[in-house]
Design a protein around this ligand. Structure first.
Ligand SMILES: *Cc1c(COP(=O)(O)O)cnc(C)c1O
Ligand SMILES: [Zn+2]
Length: 414
């Protein structure tokens, strides 16, 4: 692809290899030329203050000065992700014996998951880099977000998902009208295929493959928002769902940046990762004390987290160990229990990833790994309406009655 000479990606200055530190110019690159390690964005942050952020738009672009996006970003009002609610969860806290608990509810984004954040940043960067098609391999939520964002931007999308995905996520992707391909294979197969297609289709920005360094930075906004919504403080403990591991590592990166920029006071915080037992490569490695994980074949109701070979899995291990956190997993039964617990205590219907996170929160609280007196934040990363099949078998109306008072009395529900 022919790049125009001057790329404007705001404060981003270069791409740096996470493994060997080799740097290269900003461009459509994602792997180190020396060691094939993943590339990360390096920055030269200008003047960013609490006041300048607070004066910004009520969405992720209030943190534009900390993201690899053009200085003059094209905003589409009322459809941008971010600034989702941070809900004080006193009932859930009491149930679990915790004192201060918050739910960062990212189901409130435009396509009802946290993926709208990463896609918005990837789209802004991809356009600046000259790509014309927005593409992805996805476990479901990313498919929704890419298809919707491309439709809104008036460009083509090309989305690839495993064919056994939940019906809700198939429909909520297809409705946007882009190119949408179901693939007979698991996510890791789809991801590999996407890398091969990216090698041939020069104009296609696979958000989580060939523009992954830009995409991944979008997850930092979760960390910025949590700190800002707590009144410019960091929580003591945070529990984050882990699929590729990007979200968790970027929340940590956001906290580190806020400390360095003097926007929050430096303090210790512990980062906990949450996986489903049916796809637990990182949790397993953590418990075994391994530095690297062994890929697994996913088999879990939590399909949005079903990545058996997570790109950032080893970095999740690093963050959990460095901060005194952990990576834990829960069974599918506990996932469903977690969904119901969050709904019944806080009126928030999360998807299976939320069930994983609440399930792990409960497990860590019960085993005493979490400090019950510390302030804890958990992420609900998606909407329960997208994974109805997970809870459908275990929930039902209290009763079904004839439309007469006698029937109500006879049902014994008064
Ligand atoms: C993608 C996804 C995650 C985690 O994503 P990472 O790949 O670990 O960044 C968490 N929750 C939901 C609902 C998701 O769709
Ligand atoms: Zn390298």
């Amino acid at each position: 692809m022919a790049l125009t000479s001057a790329i404007d990606l705001g404060p981003a200055t270069a791409l740096t290899c996470r493994e060997c530190g080799n740097t290269r110019d900003l461009g459509p690159h994602y792997a180190c030329e020396e060691c094939f390690g993943p590339l990360e964005i390096s920055y030269d942050f200008g003047e960013v203050t609490r006041a300048s952020i607070e004066a910004g738009p009520r969405n992720i672009w209030r943190y534009k000065g900390l993201l690899p996006v053009p200085s003059h970003i094209e905003e589409t009002p009322n459809t941008e992700p971010g600034l989702t609610r941070l809900v004080r969860a006193d009932h859930l806290a009491e149930t679990l014996g915790l004192s201060r608990l918050w739910v960062k509810d990212d189901s409130g984004n435009p396509t009802h998951s946290f993926k709208d954040r990463v896609v918005a940043v990837a789209l802004a960067a991809a356009r600046e880099l000259g790509f014309t098609v927005l593409a992805c391999p996805s476990t479901g939520n990313l498919a929704n977000a890419v298809a919707a964002a491309a439709a809104r931007a008036g460009i083509r999308s090309a989305v690839f998902v495993p064919s056994d995905l939940e019906a809700q996520k198939i429909i909520t992707t297809a409705v946007y009208g882009g190119t949408f391909v179901t693939v007979d294979g698991n996510y890791d197969d789809v991801n590999r295929l996407a890398s091969e297609i990216a090698g041939e289709q020069e104009d296609w920005a696979f958000v989580n493959v060939n523009v992954r360094p830009y995409y991944a930075e979008g997850s930092k906004t979760l960390g910025y928002e949590i700190a800002e919504q707590l009144g410019w403080r960091l929580p003591d403990q945070i529990v984050v769902p882990v699929a590729s591991g990007s979200q968790l590592t970027k929340i940590d990166k956001a906290f580190q940046e806020l400390i360095k920029l003097g926007l929050v006071e430096e303090k210790p915080y512990r980062v906990f990762g949450a996986q489903a037992a049916g796809c637990d490569p990182v949790a397993h490695a953590f418990k075994q004390g391994w530095d690297v994980f062994r890929p697994v074949k996913p088999d879990t109701v939590a399909k949005s987290l079903a990545i058996g070979n997570p790109a950032d899995g080893t970095y999740v291990l690093d963050v959990a160990r460095r901060t005194g956190g952990a990576v834990e997993d829960v069974t599918d039964e506990q996932v469903v229990e977690g969904i119901r617990l969050l709904a019944a205590t806080e009126g928030i219907f999360g998807e299976t990833a939320g069930g994983v996170t609440v399930g792990v929160l409960k497990k860590l609280a019960e085993s005493g790994v979490l400090d019950p007196s510390a302030e804890t934040v958990i992420i609900n990363s998606g909407d329960g309406l997208k994974t109805l099949d997970a809870v459908a078998p275990v929930v039902a109306p209290t009763a079904n009655i004839a439309p007469v008072l006698d029937a109500f009395r006879a049902a014994g529900i008064a």
